[in-house]
Design a protein around this ligand. Structure first.
Ligand code: ADP
Ligand code: MG
Length: 325
């Protein structure tokens, strides 16, 4: 009896192969690592699914479902797919829970600052105030039959803060429904670790040094969870000697200049990890920590500048899983 169990374990381990797929999606890269003996047909399905989601949630592309909503939602109720409603509801939940620090109506402000065109421009205070006056997630009105309307004709929805996370969750569902037991899915630095990470004895995800992104300052054990990071070093625009974060504080209309160097969130779903890194980055160190400890579904690591060295804060549910190097 024992012998047959042992040989089963052995044969499973011996069969596990590591397959990689890399590509680009949503203006960034993706990587899928599968530890199983599957043929590459699943990789075609993954690439197709990512293309489909990019086509649906793109803020830029004229013919995405999101662009149709942004055009017609100003005129009255516009019927959208169940998937679109689900993601927008998730975005609104994070907006509500974060006291508006996450706001899916941020798009017009991103445009005003030139982040959408990659040509930064410093708007005038008056212009910022004008755009601020009509933004806000409260202006999104969802009817019972999945139709959406904007309460004023200047609002539009930008899901850039959670779309990568949603896409990761969709790919993980695809892998699971195909029986894959161990895999890693990454889009632009946001990651989901499925199962045991067979080839390395457990998945360990590194937290980058915010000032030396090539080196890792902590490692987190992750299993069947997502991990995402927002850092002031990752994506930003330099303009006339000043550095601007691509995350905007919806309360002031200005790019975040907070006290957080980086925030890493661990959550059961990648959509929450992705959205909450943005929300917490806006909230700042003190409010952010309170918010993390008051929620069951997210854990976090905050890095801020202490006197001389970094201050690293780890939420209570993550203490056992983080190794600071
Ligand atoms: P990071 O990788 O640094 O977390 P993300 O790409 O996940 O960054 O999120 C940044 C994107 O989120 C921006 O490009 C913009 O589309 C959107 N965004 C910026 N500020 C906010 C905000 N306060 N609330 C919601 N979405 C935001
Ligand atoms: Mg994010």
């Amino acid at each position: 009896m024992f012998i047959s169990i042992a040989s089963l374990v052995f044969s499973l381990a011996a069969r596990a192969e590591v397959l990689f797929q890399r590509g680009s999606v949503m203006s960034t890269y993706y990587m899928v690592k599968i530890e199983d003996d599957r043929d590459s047909r699943l990789f075609d399905a993954i690439a197709q699914e990512l293309k489909r989601l990019e086509g649906k949630f793109s803020y830029y592309s004229e013919d995405s479902e999101l662009s149709s909503l942004n055009n017609y939602g100003r005129e009255g109720y516009f019927k959208v797919s169940d998937e679109m409603v689900t993601v927008i509801r998730d975005a609104i939940n994070i907006a509500r829970e974060s006291g508006g620090c996450f706001d899916p109506t941020i798009g017009p402000l991103m445009e005003l600052w030139g982040f959408k065109s990659r040509k930064p421009s410093l708007p005038k205070e008056r212009e910022v105030q004008q755009v601020l006056s009509y933004l806000g997630w409260e202006n999104i009105d969802i009817s019972v039959n999945s139709a959406i309307r904007f309460k004023n004709n200047k609002v539009s929805i930008d899901l850039g803060g959670i779309a990568k996370g949603y896409a990761i969750d969709s790919i993980v569902d695809l892998l699971k429904s195909d029986g894959i037991r161990s895999a890693l899915v990454e889009i632009g630095g946001d990651i989901y670790c499925l199962g045991d990470g067979l080839s390395r004895g457990g998945w360990k995800i590194g937290v980058q040094d915010p000032k030396e992104p090539k080196s890792v300052i902590a490692k987190i054990d992750i299993k069947d969870s997502a991990v995402a990071t927002s850092g002031n070093y990752e994506r930003f625009l330099d303009y006339k000697g000043e550095r601007f974060s691509h995350i905007i504080d919806p309360r002031s209309g200005f790019p975040v200049k907070g006290d957080i160097l980086s925030v890493t969130v661990v959550a059961p779903r990648a959509i929450d990890a992705d959205g909450w890194t943005t929300a917490l980055f806006v909230m700042g160190f003190d409010k952010g920590r309170e918010s993390v400890e008051s929620q069951d579904n997210i854990e976090a690591v905050f890095i801020s500048q202490g006197e001389g060295d970094y201050d690293i804060w780890i939420s209570s549910g993550l203490i056992d899983k983080v190794e600071v190097l």
